[in-house]
Ligand binder design. Structure first.
Ligand SMILES: Nc1ncnc2c1ncn2[C@@H]1O[C@H](COP(=O)(O)OP(=O)(O)O)[C@@H](O)[C@H]1O
Ligand SMILES: [Mg+2]
Length: 236
């Protein structure tokens, strides 16, 4: 198991937002956690990245409990996040934003190779490489945020609501890139989404989160056909 989370509780001051969730992600899997606004999706991803502390529980990455180690160390061992709402550095150029993702890579040759690969994956970023990130469209900023997380060759990519605010066509495009990275590159991905249908379409397994608790889990294919899921979460 690449990631194994047991009984994770997350609280903000004295208010608990996540009440003991357990889930896992195998190497090479694309797993999704779906849930409504406020369910606790970002809290979970941020706590995996070490940006929000876990109140209790364990987060095992490659067998080691990482729940108490700082965020930059988690980044160094191969965990990267695509934060909610892209969050690129608006006053830096596209290339500068990407170079920030390279933090920790000290071999110039490798750096060149990674950038070339990313520009192949997201051609628009090469075209816009000298532009300030603030001048990019929402979809382009989202691509930049993904590229920045990928530049360091992570082992586990955490993706926070990449579809938010994007037109349906762009959602499809971004999800296709994630699927490609997973299938062709073997990248392990954990994504959280309100967009339940799209997530069930690209993920292999899925967890349904409701106000800080996991209510259902299973193979995405099976869940797509489950009448309870269809009615309650897919609006079908
Ligand atoms: N920084 C914070 N301080 C206090 N409460 C927070 C904070 N971030 C999130 N919350 C609360 O935690 C709950 C889960 O939020 P969040 O993880 O952002 O959900 P989601 O990403 O599923 O929309 C919500 O009730 C939210 O108000
Ligand atoms: Mg969120």
């Amino acid at each position: 198991m690449l990631l194994d989370v047991q009984d994770l509780h997350i609280a903000y001051r004295d208010i608990e937002a996540v009440h003991g969730v357990s889930f896992s992600v195998e190497e090479g899997e694309l797993v999704s956690i779906i849930g409504a606004n406020g369910a606790g999706k970002s809290s979970i991803l941020n706590s995996l990245m070490g940006l929000v502390p876990a109140r209790s529980g364990t987060i095992r990455f490659r067998g080691e409990d990482i729940s108490r180690i700082p965020s930059h160390v988690r980044a160094r061992i191969g965990i990267r996040i695509v934060p909610e709402r892209a969050r690129v550095f608006p006053r830096l150029t596209v290339r500068e934003n990407l170079r920030i993702g390279l933090y920790g890579i000290h071999e110039p040759a490798k750096e060149k190779e990674r950038l070339a690969w990313l520009y192949e994956l997201f051609p628009i970023l090469e075209e816009r490489s000298s532009q300030y990130a603030v001048t990019l469209s929402g979809g382009e900023q989202q691509q930049l945020a993904i590229a920045r997380a990928l530049v360091s060759d992570p082992k586990l990519l955490l993706v926070d609501e990449v579809s938010m605010g994007l037109m349906p066509k762009l959602v499809d495009q971004v999800f296709e890139v994630l699927q490609h990275l997973n299938r062709e590159r073997g990248l392990t991905i954990l994504l959280v989404e309100q967009n339940a249908l799209a997530s069930l379409e690209i993920s292999r397994r899925c967890y349904v989160l409701e106000t800080g608790r996991i209510q259902f889990e299973g193979a995405s294919e099976v869940m797509r056909d489950d009448p309870r899921i269809r009615e309650a979460y897919l609006g079908l």
